[in-house]
Design a protein around this ligand. Structure first.
Ligand SMILES: Nc1nc2c(c(=O)[nH]1)N[C@H]1C(S)=C(S)[C@@H](COP(=O)(O)O)O[C@H]1N2
Ligand SMILES: [Mo]
Length: 309
């Protein structure tokens, strides 16, 4: 995995996808590979003034911004892929507080802007693979979840983290129908949450997260099926026992707690062996752990991944 220093570019210069791609080309051409010392970019006073580094699958071709922001799963705004982009425009992401509770020494109500200041934003290019058989490559902005969690100081009894999405049927029309048990809930084992790959994302493509992608903050767990990457989080609850996640409640024989990307374990209604990268015509082979096995396979040694799907 490479860590590259980004050139000092003011956030206001990052205006559109083309500028963004040009910058990436520049970064690639400069070929800078540095250690962990991070260059400070001028802070624009907002989210993206302090992009520090690019880390991840920077050689994968990026899914166009247009597709990333118009082909979404966010059932709170409807079950159609085009609905979140059409219906989430007025969603209010300020003020926004995240409640941290349960097995932590520092529980509390954390303001989103306070959380944003906890660490410098990193840029990470990650593949995200939906259980439905499509995938995207997205340049996310965020901080490692481990960095946040360390601030909250989990107790020795904390074994899992549960995440909850906002419940607000006024703003989220999808919640007025009971297609899922609202609010949307997800969970990770604490060691999964602390794995350096796990990202709390605040932006993508150098900009704050569009509402349809889970503003103002969402998880990105790249070795798991997309549904684990919960959007618009308002609660982080540290627990001794395994959380019950929404999709597991909805259809238990199809969606488990672990949901690791696995081409060898079929979904009961379709194969998981292949996937279609959005924007591409031919299917690709799906790779175990979505290709991140080097970093995460050790979390599951001794576990039967057929039973723990
Ligand atoms: N709260 C919430 N989070 C969610 C979902 C959802 O419906 N509600 N859908 C999940 C699914 S199935 C996927 S594939 C990803 C899609 O993320 P994207 O729209 O940013 O690509 O979000 C996940 N997070
Ligand atoms: Mo998904």
């Amino acid at each position: 995995m490479l860590i590259r220093r980004t050139p000092k570019i003011h956030a206001s210069e990052i205006t559109d996808e083309q500028t963004y791609l040009d910058r990436r080309e520049f970064i690639a051409a400069s070929g800078l590979i540095v250690g962990t010392t991070l260059a400070g970019a001028p802070d624009a006073g907002g989210l993206l003034g302090s992009v520090k580094r690019i880390l991840g699958n920077e050689d994968d071709e990026l899914t166009p911004y247009q597709d990333v922001t118009t082909y979404n799963n966010f059932y709170e705004f409807g079950t159609g892929k085009d609905e979140p982009a059409k219906r989430a425009g007025d969603f209010r992401t300020r003020p926004w507080t995240v409640t941290v509770e349960g097995e932590v020494d520092r529980p509390g109500e954390y303001d989103i802007d306070q959380l944003l200041r906890i660490a410098d934003q990193e840029e990470r290019v990650y593949r995200l693979r939906c259980v439905e058989g499509w995938s995207m490559v997205i340049p996310w902005m965020g901080v490692s979840l481990a960095t946040l969690i360390k601030q909250f100081q989990p107790t020795s009894r904390a074994k899992y983290v549960e995440f909850v999405t906002l419940y607000d049927p006024q703003q989220m029309p999808g919640q007025r129908r009971s297609v899922l048990d609202w609010p949307y809930v997800e969970g990770l084992r604490l060691d999964e949450a602390l794995n350096p790959l796990t990202l709390m994302a605040f932006g993508l493509y150098g900009k704050p997260l569009p509402n349809q992608n889970g503003a103002p903050l969402r998880l990105v767990v790249p070795w798991k099926y997309g549904f684990k990457s919960i959007k618009s989080i308002v609660t982080m609850r540290f627990r001794e026992t395994q959380p019950v996640n929404t999709w597991n409640v909805a259809i238990p024989n199809e969606y488990g707690f672990y949901a690791n990307v696995n081409p060898h374990v079929d979904h009961p209604r379709w194969s998981q062996a292949k996937e279609r990268r959005i924007g591409e015509f031919f299917k690709r082979d799906t790779v175990i752990f979505n290709g991140y096995g080097d970093q995460v396979a050790h979390l599951y040694t001794g576990m039967d991944l057929r039973r723990n799907y």
